[in-house]
Design a protein around this ligand. Structure first.
Ligand code: CAO
Length: 460
């Protein structure tokens, strides 16, 4: 068995190129035309295949090495008929029959443009371009635009392509942040993270989950398709824009957030008496105070005491916000809208009531601006004017908690000696279990109840 030195062939106008990938190791049995290493200049990358079959005896290059024409890549113990003696001792091994050697048929090269490895006296290996990477020799061609994607494919080195292939990442959907849009391993990783976090979808995922969502992307059985007209008269109405947008948001939030709801009651007997007297005093101003304004102020106090309720998740980090903007769900003819009272901590009950009235009116008229609906750190959904006891509101992401409030009712409450009639307000706090735990949620509700029971506590 003869030893053969496999050398870097003519690589065009480049003096030196870097080894960016080793595709074989000592002991590997390789076939003729199998790719051995990938080299890369600042403009392009290509694989160097072997023209000889055999077993790798010695690697002569390492990752990061600079190589040029004639550099020895490795030493092979040649096998079979194509066996050739080492370069030192001998005559020419089999050279490619033409300068345009066909590309190595690996997935990475299947679409490659064929490359002219300039004829060299006795090349032991021929360079093969990989898709998207302009060939090194082509880079010297004035008609070629170095760095531009080849054949409409994205620009990335073979090692990055291999990495993407292993993860099943569609490289054409990855945005390259390198020079001239080159895609790096970091770009592929960032794309994968974004897909895993649900921040982006691959085209294949989007195709599987058409608008309206049939659950296929979640591996669910299809949505039932029923011809309702078979059972009785029907009327079909397309949903409005706001309902469609809020529906998509609610669905995402309901599915993605591990949400838990704690229910509690607050004794608002004294607060209600204060509210009624305040409204009497302010009758002439036209500003009416409802329980919701007190709730906003009480929630700010509880959010300050339990800051994780005023936070958002950002990857593995929790972002605590040192501002208190409270959203409130408003029922409008077009659907649910959530205007936001900004800096509620700095405003009094009357100002909050006035702003709420104006924002609710705008919401009903469909005149809310995006700014008036953004920036909330916590949301309250009040059905107090309508009725009900408790419900499970859906968190308004990226917030981590929402308070649902229903209609207060007179209830018999045991005062230690007897049952007394007290006005009780039902509270339902939904919270994100990734950020908040059950004990904190119970404490939040208890504290909120204490404030609503004696509003002077807000000052403490
Ligand atoms: N208990 C008892 N009565 C209550 C109450 C409560 N918790 N909250 C409000 N009320 C009373 C008010 O005092 C008012 O009484 P009067 O008419 O006698 O003065 C009446 O109910 C109507 O109040 P309101 O609804 O006009 O005012 P509000 O400040 O409580 O709410 C707004 C304003 C815009 C939030 C509300 O009109 C609204 O749209 N609520 C629905 C929100 C919603 O749809 N949430 C569900 C979201 S999840 O799908």
């Amino acid at each position: 068995m003869a030893l053969v030195e496999v050398k870097v062939p003519d690589i065009g106008d480049f003096d030196e190129v870097a080894v960016i990938e080793l595709m074989v190791k000592v002991g590997d049995t390789i076939k003729a035309e199998q790719s051995l290493i990938t080299v890369e200049s600042d403009k392009a990358a290509m694989e160097i295949p072997s023209s000889t079959a055999g077993v790798v005896k010695e690697m002569r290059v390492a990752l990061g090495d600079k190589v040029k024409q004639g550099s020895v890549v490795l030493v092979l113990e040649a096998s079979g008929a194509a066996e050739t003696p080492t370069a030192q001792t001998t005559s020419a091994p089999s050279a490619p029959s033409s300068p345009s050697e066909p590309p190595v048929a690996t997935p990475a090269t299947a679409l490659a443009q064929s490359v002219s490895a300039p004829a060299v006296a006795v090349p032991l290996a021929v360079p093969v371009a990989v898709p998207a990477a302009a060939s090194l020799s082509a880079a010297s061609n004035p008609a070629h635009n170095p760095g531009a994607p080849t054949l409409g494919l994205p620009h990335a080195s073979p090692s990055v392509r291999k990495f993407a292939r292993e993860l099943g990442v569609p490289l054409e959907e990855v945005k390259g942040n390198g020079p001239k849009g080159r895609i790096s391993q970091d770009d592929v990783q960032a794309f994968t993270k974004a897909v895993m976090a649900g921040a982006t979808q691959t085209k294949a995922q989007a195709a599987k989950a058409p608008a309206g969502g049939d659950g296929a992307a979640l591996g669910l059985i299809p949505w039932p398709k029923i011809d309702f007209a078979k059972f009785g008269p029907i009327e079909r109405k397309e949903m409005g824009r706001i309902k469609k947008i809020s529906g998509a948001n609610l669905l995402r939030n309901a599915i993605m957030i591990p949400a838990v709801t704690n229910h509690d009651d607050a004794d608002i007997t004294d607060l209600e008496a204060f509210r009624v007297s305040t409204n009497k005093e302010n009758e002439k101003t036209g500003v009416k105070v409802t329980m919701l304004a007190f709730l906003i102020k009480a929630c700010v106090a509880a959010l300050k005491k339990y800051p994780e309720f005023n936070s958002s998740l950002d990857g593995d980090a929790i972002v605590y916000k040192n501002y208190w903007h409270i959203g409130f769900a408003a029922d409008t003819p077009n659907g649910l809208m959530v205007p936001v009272i900004k800096d509620a901590d700095k405003k009094g009950i009357l100002q909050i009531s006035q702003e709420m009235g104006e924002l609710a009116k705008k919401a009903r008229e469909g005149k809310l601006s995006p700014a008036e609906m953004s920036g909330a750190t916590f949301t309250i959904s009040s059905l107090g004017g309508i009725g009900g006891k408790y419900f499970t509101p859906i968190i308004n992401a990226p917030e981590v908690a929402i308070l649902g409030v229903c209609k207060s009712t007179q209830e018999p409450v045991w005062d230690g000696k007897q049952f007394v009639p007290r006005l009780m307000l039902p509270l339902s706090l939904t919270w994100d279990h990734r950020v908040i735990d059950g004990a904190a949620a119970a404490r939040f509700n208890v504290y909120l109840g204490q404030i609503l029971g004696d509003f002077r506590r807000v000052l403490l």
